[in-house]
Design a protein around this ligand. Structure first.
Ligand code: PLP
Length: 425
């Protein structure tokens, strides 16, 4: 059969250009990573052709003997990786995992507590026009204005007042660890389920470098493509007693046929995540974020009105606070894009600017750690970012110098070096 480049040159060209973009720039979007080629190989396999509604050993289609092996391996590996009693590896994404978990635990109209989107929560934790905000009665909790940490006193007060059926702990933009034991105590006091969405920090948990929510939560959801470094997808971990409800909420409740090619890729990534190499990489991820925060807290950056939310980080990302800076989030994102560093602007809590502009940047280190960056390279990239952001006007000359430093780092750590485009796959 025809290779992609012959059958569909337009798509092949866009894929090649995307490969080139990834190879020649520095990826610092906190939710992104580079999947190993073995993961992409599994994802691009013949498993893409197979219908397998149901679960291993209990399918609604024939010919599932091999995908049963694949899915059971994925389940067993992720349970072992996180010490969970039960796992569902079928959710197509993190949002689907959250939807299915809530569908299992709640009825429409039930009350949930979740971190406000504007304070670092995810859309699925109760945003107004997300399914979660439409189906459930959402009571948002917040970070404190004084130190921008999640206000557990407010969580407890809101829980006592509103008696939620579910408390969601987890975040998309928050640079600190959460107190899972405190969330558990509050959930127990008011008789709520506790769900932790560890999508962002799952890789750190797998490596033992971040407290695990599994002993505290009734349900833990995650994506598999962020710090975990696998294919795009979702997983639901739970106590054994909830497994039946959750399985039935995923299929037939929310989804039809599982993506067995993606499940195979998830299984590969769970194997990788159990390795020493993975742990060492997560350590470099954390070290890189701390180095970046340290550099952005230095006096020369502070003079430009730029600082770091909460004064540092305990995870894989840094939130840059531009509330007192002439540069807004959009301009800062564009400036880094101009020199070959990809990040996303992000609203900060109590943001005076509108969400499309915003007063923050979210900068993450997982993809660069996967690329091989260590302390020296993270120092260099932190300095490049500091230099780019602190200037009142970034001249073409300065931008070219910074772009040169970015290129040198990218060239030092070749990415997918054996590939030049889809024609070679
Ligand atoms: N949960 C959290 C905390 C996230 O940050 C995200 C993605 O950004 C998701 C869930 C949703 O994952 P997906 O984009 O795979 O639906």
């Amino acid at each position: 059969s025809l290779p992609l480049a012959s059958l569909d040159p337009e798509i092949a060209a866009a894929v090649s250009e995307e490969l080139r973009r990834q190879q020649t720039t520095l990826e610092m979007i906190a939710s992104e990573n580079f999947a190993p080629e073995a993961v992409m190989q599994a994802q691009g396999s013949v498993l893409t052709n197979k219908y397998a509604e149901g679960y291993p050993g209990r399918r609604y289609y024939g010919g599932c003997e091999h995908v049963d092996v694949v899915e059971q391996l994925a389940i067993d590996r992720v349970k072992a990786l996180f010490g969970a009693e039960a796992a569902n590896v079928q959710p197509h994404s993190g949002a689907q995992a959250n939807a299915a978990a809530m569908f299992a635990l709640l009825d429409p109209g039930d009350t949930i507590l979740g971190l406000d989107l504007a304070h670092g929560g995810h859309l699925t934790h109760g945003m107004r026009i997300n399914y979660s905000g439409k189906l459930y009665n959402v009571v948002p909790y917040h970070v404190r204005q004084s130190d921008l940490r999640v206000d557990m006193d407010e969580v407890a007060e809101l829980a006592r007042e509103h008696r939620p059926k579910l408390i969601v702990a987890g975040w998309s933009a928050y640079p600190r660890q959460l107190d899972f034991a405190a969330f558990r105590r509050i959930a127990d006091e008011v008789g709520a389920y506790l769900m932790v969405d560890m999508a962002h920090f799952a890789g750190l948990v797998a490596a033992g470098l971040h407290p695990s929510p599994v002993p505290y939560a009734d349900v833990v959801t995650t994506t598999t493509h962020k710090t975990l470094g696998g294919p795009r997808g979702g997983v639901i971990l739970s106590r054994a007693g909830l497994a039946k409800k959750i399985n039935s909420a995923v299929f037939p409740g929310q989804q039809g046929g599982p993506l067995e090619h993606v499940i195979a890729a998830k299984a590969v990534s769970f194997k990788v995540a159990a390795s020493e190499e993975f742990k060492e990489r997560q350590q470099r991820t954390l070290d890189g974020a701390r180095i970046l925060a340290g550099r952005l807290l230095a006096d020369d950056v502070a003079e430009a009105g730029i600082t770091v939310l909460t004064g540092g980080t305990e995870v894989h990302l840094v939130l840059v606070d531009l509330r007192d800076s002439a540069l807004d989030g959009q301009q800062a994102e564009d400036r880094l894009h101009r020199i070959g560093i990809t990040v996303n602007r992000n609203a900060v809590p109590f943001d005076p600017r509108p969400p499309m502009v915003s007063s923050g940047l979210r900068i993450g280190t997982p993809a660069l750690a996967t690329r091989g960056f260590g302390t020296d390279e993270f120092r260099e990239v932190a300095d490049i970012i500091a230099c780019a952001l602190k200037e009142e006007d970034l001249t073409d000359e300065s931008a070219a110098l910074l772009r040169g430093r970015v290129t040198a780092l990218a060239e030092k750590f070749p990415l997918y070096a054996d590939q030049t485009g889809p024609a070679d796959q």
